[in-house]
Design a protein around this ligand. Structure first.
Ligand SMILES: *[C@@H]1O[C@H](CO)[C@@H](O)[C@H](O)[C@H]1NC(C)=O
Ligand SMILES: *[C@@H]1O[C@H](CO)[C@@H](O)[C@H](O)[C@H]1NC(C)=O
Ligand SMILES: *[C@@H]1O[C@H](CO)[C@@H](O)[C@H](O)[C@H]1NC(C)=O
Ligand SMILES: *[C@@H]1O[C@H](CO)[C@@H](O)[C@H](O)[C@H]1NC(C)=O
Ligand SMILES: *[C@@H]1O[C@H](CO)[C@@H](O)[C@H](O)[C@H]1NC(C)=O
Length: 792
């Protein structure tokens, strides 16, 4: 079958053996899925472009289109496409016609299904090379196939189709790379049994878009001007936006499983975010340095909360799903087709700078851009008519990487003239001088320095060239992929239960999808949705009304979780104010567990006036793990609260579970140390407020049922054993808790309904239900129980 190719090579190289010896080696490009859509639309053109670029640089090539389609039909499909290959504008038509003819002769179609098919491909390449006296340089396998086919193809390539030792193998994969962290991990593990990581090229075609590919070079070439301003002091916000007008008809099977965040945010937008946010390595040509820098930026991402995102769904989506996936009339998809996500980084460069990642289908326009908006720091003493000088510091300052489409309809880089005149080295970008009367992002084009590519290249052409050159930096490494899924998976999980806002589509969306940032959260600007998707919300009366009543003869506050947390946070602030009014200090002891996490967040985000300077933070209990362990109560307190507030370090009192480089050893006397610290700082060891939770077994703090430890006696702090891992704990005792001026018990979730019911009836039986022993001797106790825990 390679006869064609052999002839082609002979003709092309005019092969004399001596000439062949001068070749830098032969490269076989195998395109799997050669008859598919992506191949038709982009890949063949990209492969042809590679040939045009590289034919005179020493390598010889053969191209092998492969698919499952039987040979006759496959050949017809592939060559039908190849005849339509376009000549790029920067190649002379005559030369292009000759090269296209050569390209066709170097290309074959073959059916690749069985192990034998792969072995015979490999055999024929080897025979060809020995006939021509060529050395093999490497093989590129571009897998434009659905992910479920990866494993089998990978097996065949590894076992039957590797190049000779010393030549390289590059296997190119297209997304989706998994559906969440676990599936991505699984896929990665599977592939790693067949290939080395350096052999795998995971494509995110956005990294091949010219404006995106230029982000790092732009930052590099303009270090001098950007270094002082590429940070939170100067940047107001960053927008990374991809808007589409199309719907997902004919793709709903895929889309229903993925949704916009998996389809766009997790890969394209995140990759762009990283290029902007990463510390710029000294040498941006070094893939290792860039990748290391990128992973550091991933590590600095703040985990998004459910309130970091707004989601929408175009109205016709649901009927598309019902129709294409044969679902009944009662099927309501919650798959978002629009999402706006606020991402923030926790490092000195970016702290507090909002990165807005937005994308959606059926919007009003097709456009992709990255916009870095700088803070306006100047106060302008003269009125606007004096601002016309193009360098006025009063005008907007922004840098825009324009990906394409939209009004410019071409990739472009735009820099406000009042920032600086950028260096655009390398000759691949050229300045546009005559500006059409367009306005972009609030400024006439004449306010910008504007650059467009000298030759427009499709993203796939760019990437295929980079695969050939082995530039791994333009591809997604495994660590990179897992870091991205690790970031997005928790948000995806928590959004899974959310109803997206419905939008009509196109111009009619009006302001329905506009969203705004409030603190660390985003929310739609227009609060009322046109249509409520989930009738449940409407039917639930008094959603935000808190009921007050009694529980165990004490105050009971009950509400939906959000309202309950917000009420508790306010009560804590009131207690703090009152304690500080009396003694100048507020001693607050906090429990571990999951319920208080929402409270910490509430305190961190909404209580700007909280008197943290006078507040001492103590822990009610702690697990015997290092403070950096994810199980550590202090670790959680740190991440959710301490990290976000300004509390003096000396007011923070973690439990000493880690002493002398070991965890919770009796002879290190951790409990005594903590008790002494309390005695020294807290008057009468009487806390102003102790926050407790309740376990489904009735435990509170780390006082567990059926164990007498900590229920009475003179000790204030003790070690206990938990029935669940990690077993060892350090905890306040009941006597210490009961000396508090106020105790708040927070209980949330349906899972707690049974224990709430039991505890409501029992008397003082701390051996069986430790929480029933909480009864401050001269203080108050209040129960904060959400509806689900109270009513089931
Ligand atoms: C990959 O190929 C090599 C050489 O044929 C073989 O020894 C190895 O078992 C293969 N790996 C897998 C996972 O099949
Ligand atoms: C969907 O597929 C049908 C049938 O193949 C075709 O007629 C239609 O144009 C496609 N619609 C879109 C939006 O691609
Ligand atoms: C930058 O990295 C590239 C690729 O590793 C290397 O070839 C080049 O020499 C490096 N440049 C400098 C200045 O170190
Ligand atoms: C600025 O002030 C000048 C002088 O009073 C006035 O003529 C002009 O209209 C003002 N321009 C604007 C934009 O307010
Ligand atoms: C400490 O206890 C003593 C005696 O019970 C009492 O008089 C005093 O008010 C208490 N101090 C505080 C700050 O609660």
């Amino acid at each position: 079958m390679l006869l064609r190719a052999v002839l082609g090579l002979v003709v092309l190289l005019g092969v004399s053996t001596s000439k062949a010896k001068e070749s830098r080696g032969h490269i076989s490009v195998v395109l799997l899925g050669a008859t598919g859509d992506l191949a038709k639309k982009y890949l063949w053109q990209g492969v042809f472009q590679l040939y045009l670029d590289e034919v005179s640089h020493g390598h010889t090539f053969t191209f092998h289109g492969a698919a499952q389609t039987e040979p006759e039909r496959g050949k017809k499909l592939v060559f039908g496409r190849l005849k339509k290959l376009a000549c790029p504008s920067d190649v002379l038509p005559d030369r292009c016609a000759v090269l296209k003819d050569q390209f066709l002769r170097l290309t074959e179609y073959r059916q690749l299904r069985t192990a034998e098919d792969y072995a015979s491909l490999s055999r024929e390449i080897t025979i060809l090379l020995s006939q021509e006296g060529l050395e093999e340089a490497g093989r590129i396998f571009y897998l434009s196939v659905p992910p479920f086919a990866y494993a089998e193809i990978a097996r065949h390539i590894n076992s039957s189709c590797r190049p000779r030792p010393g030549a390289w193998l590059r296997v190119v994969l297209e997304k989706p790379f998994g559906h969440d962290l676990r599936s991505a991990q699984q896929l990665a593990n599977e592939l790693s049994t067949f290939f080395q990581e350096e052999e795998i090229y995971r494509v995110d075609h956005y990294l091949g878009k010219q404006a995106v590919a230029h982000i790092l070079p732009f930052r590099d070439q303009n270090r001098h001007n950007l270094d002082p301003i590429w940070n939170r002091h100067h940047i107001e916000r960053v927008e990374i936006v991809l808007k589409e007008m199309v719907d997902v008809r004919n793709r709903t099977g895929f889309y229903e499983e993925y949704g916009v965040i998996r389809d766009i945010h997790q890969n394209h937008l995140t990759e762009i975010l990283m290029l902007l946010a990463m510390e710029l390595p000294a040498n941006i040509s070094s893939s290792e340095d860039v990748i290391r820098s990128k992973l550091q930026a991933f590590a600095a991402l703040q985990s998004p909360e459910i309130t970091s995102a707004v989601i929408g769904q175009y109205e016709a989506y649901n009927s598309h799903v019902r129709e294409e996936l044969q679902k009944g009339q009662d099927y309501f998809s919650r798959t978002p087709t629009f999402a706006g996500v606020l991402v923030q980084l926790d490092n000195l460069r970016w702290e507090g700078v909002p990165f807005i990642l937005a994308s959606g289908k059926v919007l009003d326009e097709r456009i992709g851009y990255v916009r870095i908006l700088f803070k306006n720091r100047a106060y302008c003493a003269q009125n606007e008519s004096a601002w016309d000088s193009e360098r006025s510091q009063c005008k907007l300052k922004q840098v825009i990487f324009y990906l394409g489409h939209g009004e410019l309809n071409s990739p472009a880089v735009l820099i406000s003239r009042n920032l600086f005149k950028p260096a655009m080295l390398g000759g691949s970008w050229t300045e546009v001088q005559d500006h059409p009367g367009l306005h972009l992002f609030g400024q006439p084009l004449s306010d910008y320095y504007m650059y467009v590519p000298v030759a427009e290249r499709d993203a796939y052409s760019v990437l295929i060239s980079r695969i050939y050159h082995g530039k791994k930096v333009s591809f997604i490494t495994m660590e990179n992929l897992l870091a991205s899924w690790g970031f997005w998976t928790p948000l995806l999980d928590s959004l899974a239960g959310e109803a997206p806002r419905l939008y009509p589509g196109g111009q009619e969306n009006k302001h329905l999808l506009d969203f705004e940032m409030v603190g660390r959260e985003v929310s739609f600007v227009v609060k009322e949705t046109v249509q409520v998707m989930n009738a449940w919300d409407e039917q639930t009366p008094d959603k935000y009304k808190t009921i007050q009543s009694r529980y165990r003869q004490s105050q009971l506050i009950t509400a939906w979780p959000e309202e309950l947390i917000s009420r508790l946070a306010s009560d804590i602030e009131a207690a703090a104010m009152s304690a500080i009014g009396c003694s100048g200090e507020f001693h607050l002891a906090l429990s571990g567990g999951s319920s208080p996490l929402a409270l910490f967040r509430q305190l961190a985000v909404y209580h700007y006036g909280f008197p943290w300077r006078q507040t001492h933070l103590w822990l009610v209990d702690e697990r015997c793990v290092p403070l950096t362990d994810p199980e550590s109560n202090f670790g959680k307190l740190h991440d959710r609260l301490l990290h976000h507030i300004r509390v003096p370090y000396f007011n923070v009192h973690p439990m000493p579970v880690h002493l002398n480089r070991r965890l919770c050893v009796e002879e290190d006397k951790g409990p005594e140390l903590y008790a002494n610290e309390i005695a020294a700082l807290v008057a009468n060891a009487s806390f102003d407020l102790v926050l407790l939770g309740v376990g489904i077994d009735g435990h509170t703090a780390s006082l567990f049922p059926h164990s007498p430890v900590g229920l009475e006696g003179s000790q204030d702090v003790v070690f206990t054993e938990s029935p669940v891992k990690p077993h060892q704990r350090m905890t306040f005792t009941l006597p210490l808790i009961n000396r508090a001026k106020q105790v708040a018990v927070l209980v949330m979730g349906k899972g707690k309904h049974d224990i709430v019911t039991v505890v409501s009836r029992v008397g003082h039986e701390p051996q069986k239900w430790p929480v029933s022993g909480v009864n401050p001797s001269s203080g108050q106790i209040a129960w904060y129980v959400d509806y689900e825990a109270l009513l089931g």
